[in-house]
Design a protein around this ligand. Structure first.
Ligand code: C5P
Length: 295
């Protein structure tokens, strides 16, 4: 295990700051601590948001509509099955014409659909009910205010962590779509220990993170060997940490510097042209300007 270090320096402006920016959500750690009577699993997770994401715009219109474009937009539905329209309709505002520019792969463990839905809520600026959003997607409430946070319950108990440091990272998806329920089903033990006590000092966060885990990683690797291949490829680039996000298949790695993250991303993309590979910054700065709602 390497010595933990806080990466530096960070760029002054890391990304888009508009409310329509829907950043990738990364589970830096995800512990499954139990299961509710209704089947939903209880989590204790540390989430951070990335400088890469989708872009949503909205303008008032006579009826709700959605157009999808962008490098990852081909398979994304434009009808009412899309969480953007479903979340917007729950906001009790007037109808909007939405345009979603999709950059995040779908069904990939980085909350693309939930983050899009949360961006729709921000753009609607209307009333919404947190329970309704939770029912629509357990990840939507944490995406409404996309700052680094500890999230418990099934996603309703959110504690922002303003002192958590920003980190240079690479996200990699091996182009396998993962449906979440089978991964939870394949999890052998559903009563795992929670996150260990959070450190007080930012310089201790990375070594703390190394001692946590993603409980969904082992079952996901059994179901999708491409995830093991991805983690091995990330480990080979010499990061501080490599781990899977959510129920997969996207994995992330954390590096000491932006240069190292960029070099790793270039090498990985060259070796695996079909994979989705993105260097990015994980942290709060890019989105903390538009905190909304009651969470
Ligand atoms: O809410 P979301 O769409 O992310 O959940 C998809 C499915 O994943 C749920 O219907 C449930 O089967 C499973 N899930 C779970 N426990 C969670 C979140 C999701 O069992 N905390």
């Amino acid at each position: 295990k390497k010595k933990a270090q806080i990466p530096s320096p960070l760029p002054a402006v890391v990304t888009d700051v508009s409310p329509g920016f829907a950043p990738a959500k990364v589970n830096l750690a995800l512990h499954v601590t139990g299961q509710r009577a209704d089947g939903y699993h209880l989590l204790d997770t540390l989430v951070a948001f990335a400088s890469v994401g989708d872009h949503l715009t909205a303008e008032p219109a006579g009826a709700f509509s959605l157009r999808v474009s962008g490098p990852e937009g081909a398979e994304v539905p434009e009808d009412d099955s899309n969480l953007v329209l479903r979340a917007a309709r729950l906001c009790r505002g007037g109808p909007r014409k939405f345009h979603l520019e999709k950059h995040l792969p779908t069904a990939s463990g980085i909350g693309g659909g939930s983050s899009d839905a949360a961006a729709a809520v921000r753009l609607m600026q209307g009333d919404y009910d947190t329970d309704n959003m939770l029912a629509l997607g357990a990840d939507i409430p944490m995406c409404l205010n996309p700052v680094t946070a500890r999230v418990q319950g099934i996603g309703e108990d959110i504690t922002p962590l303003p002192t958590f440091p920003e980190m240079h990272a690479v996200l990699v998806n091996p182009r396998v779509a993962v449906s979440t329920p089978p991964v939870f089903k394949a999890l052998a033990n559903k009563n795992n220990p929670p996150l260990s006590a959070l450190p007080g000092k930012p310089e201790e966060f990375l070594s703390w993170l190394m001692d946590q885990r993603n409980d969904l990683q082992a079952p996901a690797e059994v179901l999708f060997p491409e995830i093991t291949q991805t983690l091995n490829a990330l480990q080979a680039t010499g990061p501080q940490l490599a781990r899977m996000s959510g129920s997969g298949a996207t994995c992330f790695a954390i590096y000491d510097s932006q240069d190292q993250a960029k070099a790793a991303a270039t090498d990985l993309q060259q070796a695996h042209p079909a994979w989705w590979v993105k260097p990015c910054v994980l942290g709060s700065a890019q989105t903390r300007d538009h905190v909304i709602g009651d969470i």
